[in-house]
Design a protein around this ligand. Structure first.
Ligand SMILES: C[S@@+](CC[C@H](N)C(=O)[O-])C[C@H]1O[C@@H](n2cnc3c(N)ncnc32)[C@H](O)[C@@H]1O
Length: 348
């Protein structure tokens, strides 16, 4: 599709550029790490995964240590978080005994990479959430939401126009706008997105996925922990972005060879979740969350047996996760559940 001439809505374009079975970015590449295009928190340091693992175990304890606890990782990437999680739970045999880990991954190539890395018996790869029968259930996604295609619109004289990309021989030619349907206009209105000046970003597909997740939570009891880069209030910016070999790339260039993401609208997600009757904690920054959970203290303990060089390396990695100028502030942590007794760990 991308190799031909045509006009594509932004979400359709991203869907093909990232996930086309033959030419899509996630089907051809292992984007993670120094040699790839970007580094995510689980790869910056395993301390990230350790801290999240402790949070998950604490949630299970708060639920009263239920048997048949299901944990679902959304978009596990190269499996780095899950690998750390499997290591940490060996120290918590009672938890491990009652746990099943489900990995929901879209990219066949990444599934292969994950299967090579993760050999534990209680890990299952699933295609659909309907495959999970037992609860309570906890969903976790790090940089999951930002990889689900979005639509873009603009509002002009009370008309809504959707943005499309025109390609010629698989290369970017221009953007055009087309008047949108009444149905989409109503959806945008219902979600309070119409008030935004500038670009309106609508994660139609992301919200659909979230809807299925919410249904599962309501049926089995549980929650969802999402970590991603994004904002609490929209300024109407066009937030689509792309990285290639750790450098900025125009997202409509190098199609299929570069990642395409956007900044997550946390205000929209929290509204959507509470509208669907889940309880929400106040969204906090990654730095706040990890510090509250003791990541610095944990690093200090580890440092005691380290050489100067190792200490410096760990310091640099932690700084990357926590610093306001790096990932600390831009990344937010959202937790929603249908557990009446609030679970505030890391949020207060
Ligand atoms: C930016 S990566 C993040 C990977 C990993 N969570 C990390 O932190 O390193 C996004 C991941 O979500 C996966 N993904 C995107 N859309 C998906 C969907 N609809 N269902 C399942 N996985 C999806 C991608 O294939 C990829 O593994």
């Amino acid at each position: 599709m991308i190799n031909q001439n045509g006009t594509f809505s932004i979400d359709k374009f991203i869907e093909n550029a990232l996930y086309d079975k033959n030419y899509g970015y996630y089907s051809k590449n292992n984007p993670f790490g120094k040699k790839g295009d970007f580094i995510t928190a689980p790869l910056v340091t395993p301390l990230f995964g350790e801290i999240i693992s402790i949070w998950i175990i604490s949630f299970w304890i708060r639920l009263g240590k239920p048997k048949n606890f299901s944990f679902v990782e959304l978009g596990p990437g190269n499996g780095a978080f899950c690998k750390t999680f499997c290591r940490i739970i060996n120290n918590f045999p009672e938890f491990k005994k009652n746990l099943k880990i489900f990995l929901l991954e879209k990219s066949e190539r990444l599934i292969k990479i994950q299967k090579k890395l993760i050999k534990e018996k209680n890990v299952y790869w699933i295609k659909k959430l309907s495959e999970i029968k037992n609860g309570p259930i906890l969903f976790f996604g790090n940089e999951f939401f930002d990889s689900i295609p979005i639509k873009q619109f603009k509002l002009e004289k009370s008309n809504i126009y959707e943005k499309y990309i025109v390609l010629k021989n698989g290369k970017f030619k221009k953007f055009i706008f087309k008047k949108t349907s009444k149905k989409i206009k109503k959806n945008l209105k219902d979600l309070n997105l119409l008030r935004t000046k500038g670009t309106i970003e609508y994660p139609q597909k992301g919200l659909k996925i979230l809807e299925t997740i919410i249904k599962k939570i309501r049926k089995l009891k549980g929650g969802i922990l999402l970590i991603d880069y994004g904002y609490l209030k929209s300024k109407g910016d066009d937030t689509l972005q792309s990285l290639m070999s750790h450098k900025r790339n125009d997202y409509y260039k190098n199609i299929g060879n570069a990642d395409i993401t956007y900044l997550v609208n946390f205000q929209l997600l929290t509204k959507f979740l509470s509208k669907n009757r889940l309880f929400l904690n106040k969204t906090v920054t990654q730095s706040f969350f990890l510090k509250k959970l003791g990541i610095v203290e944990r690093a200090e303990i580890l440092c005691k047996n380290m050489s100067f060089k190792e200490k410096a390396d760990l310091y640099y990695r932690l700084e990357r996760l926590l610093s306001e100028k790096k990932m600390g502030k831009l990344f937010k942590v959202l937790f929603a559940s249908n557990i009446k007794r609030k679970f505030n760990l890391g949020f207060k």
